[in-house]
Design a protein around this ligand. Sequence first.
Ligand code: GDP
Ligand code: MG
Length: 184
Amino acid sequence: MSSSDEEGSGEEYLFKIVIIGDSAVGKSNLLSRYARNEFSAHSKATIGVEFQTQSMEIDGKEVKAQIWDTAGQERFRAVTSAYYRGAVGALIVYDITRRTTFDSVGRWLDELKTHSDTTMARMLVGNKCDLENIRDVSVEEGKSLAEAEGLFFMETSALDSTNVNKAFELVIREIYSNVSRKDG
Ligand code: GDP
Ligand code: MG
């Protein structure tokens, strides 16, 4: 322990965030883009790791986000309550080129409500916005669903990095401000 650790404010922040949404919408790639700046053209099951931890600084404090990714269990609608336990933020992801994934958002929101007892920072994410030529869900549709459900909204591309950091950071900042408000 360095002396600065001992003399610090003593405040530590660690927030659990979950990523949900239908299979192949780009959840794992959004996380790997944010946490490691990596993208994979192939869909692959998450092996071993359940979450990635990413730090950012807010108000001069280190804020850590523990971001959970599914290991493909969403394909069988079998995301367990352990996955949601303790989460204070969520990204609900759909693929702007596949309307069925947008139609599923309501079901994911219901599941989220079932499993969470705290106020969550929630963001609706329309991923794959680099594929404008085969877009199947308009920006307006995403926006109005988000407004109706009281969610933040962003379109992202894990492929070309559009809005990926912004989306995660906005959720983390929102959680932080919820928590620091509560602390007084
Ligand atoms: P998950 O099942 O939701 O975790 O989805 P993956 O991250 O495994 O991605 C599914 C497929 O979509 C993979 O082939 C990715 O390369 C592709 N993909 C993910 N994000 C994007 C994106 O932003 N743009 C494009 N064009 N493809 C993407
Ligand atoms: Mg995945």
